[in-house]
Design a binder for this molecule. Structure first.
Ligand code: PCA
Length: 207
């Protein structure tokens, strides 16, 4: 079928005193379509309190079939397909509102964890096939990315949704001013998101 489908891709603002976030920069460079996937982008605040509602509103408005949230993880060497969101907030640094929750739950009455409902194995094979250093990660950390990923999967589990969702962590990308040391190029981040989305599209086999 040549029916158009929609994908919502989110990224984050800069945080932790940085002036850039590779995911925010990459969002601006994404194409409007990837084959029959129509791409909508949404920037999320690095805020434990505010990000989940912004995400929920975006999903409501765009009615996507696929939701891929992305965030930057400065300590990762490759692209990390997150397999599991845990019901945990455990921040090492304050978020952009100055909040630093530690050792608490993302959602008080939620289960311990949710798995991504995107085909992470397919996506990994596609990323590696495109020559992009990638792995599957079993922890999205304890900061706002995990919190948003957990909120996303909690929404998905609530039912009545036809979308599948997951999370991709990306390394820092070169920026002449802010990230002169980074070896990865922003174009590679854009390419990774495109390849991951194409492999996650519902017309593909699950894996
Ligand atoms: N990375 C952070 C939050 C925002 C972002 O891009 C994280 O990994 O939690």
């Amino acid at each position: 079928s040549r029916k158009l489908m929609r994908a919502l891709v989110t990224g984050f603002e800069a945080f932790g005193g940085d002036s850039v976030n590779a995911t925010q920069s990459a969002l601006k460079r994404l194409p409007p379509f990837i084959k029959q996937l129509e791409i909508e982008t949404l920037l999320l605040p690095v805020s434990f309190a505010r990000a989940p509602a912004v995400l929920a509103a975006g999903i409501e408005q765009f009615a996507p079939e696929v939701v891929l949230c992305t965030g930057e993880a400065g300590d990762r060497h490759g692209f990390c397909l997150e397999r599991v969101a845990t019901n945990l907030c455990d921040a090492r640094i304050p978020d952009n509102d100055g909040a630093r929750p530690t050792g608490c739950k993302s959602i008080e009455d939620g289960p311990a964890a949710y798995f991504s409902t995107l085909p992470v194995n397919n996506m990994l094979a596609a990323l590696r096939g495109a020559g992009l250093p990638s792995e599957i990660s079993n922890s999205a950390g304890g900061y706002v990315c995990n919190h948003v990923f957990y909120a996303l999967m909690h929404m998905a589990a609530a039912g009545g949704h036809r979308w599948r969702g997951g999370f991709l962590h990306v390394p820092q990308a070169f920026d002449a001013v802010a990230r002169p040391q980074a070896r990865l190029l922003l174009d590679d981040v854009v390419r990774a998101i495109v390849v991951a989305l194409d492999a996650a599209a519902p017309h593909r086999a699950a894996g």
